[in-house]
Design a protein around this ligand. Structure first.
Ligand code: ZN
Length: 69
């Protein structure tokens, strides 16, 4: 069985050890299926994920659930 290699989003390096690959996000493609974004286990915190759609949804949820003060 061949394990597909992943590229780390943080450092653009190949993740050669499957145990070192962490799926950090799933990106939708304009056409066809999207793809998973991977990062080295040590680089997960370095991945910049700015998803405007997700941010807008989360902002709406946070605003709706803000406790009354
Ligand atoms: Zn990396």
């Amino acid at each position: 069985m061949i394990t597909p290699l992943h590229v780390c989003r943080a450092c653009d390096g190949l993740i050669t050890d499957p145990d070192d690959a962490v799926a950090v996000a799933y990106e939708e493609a304009a056409s066809g299926p999207g793809w998973t974004i991977w990062a080295h286990r040590d680089h997960v915190d370095d991945v910049d994920l700015i998803d405007p759609v997700l941010l807008r949804i989360m902002t709406r949820i946070w605003a709706a659930h803000r406790p009354a003060m």
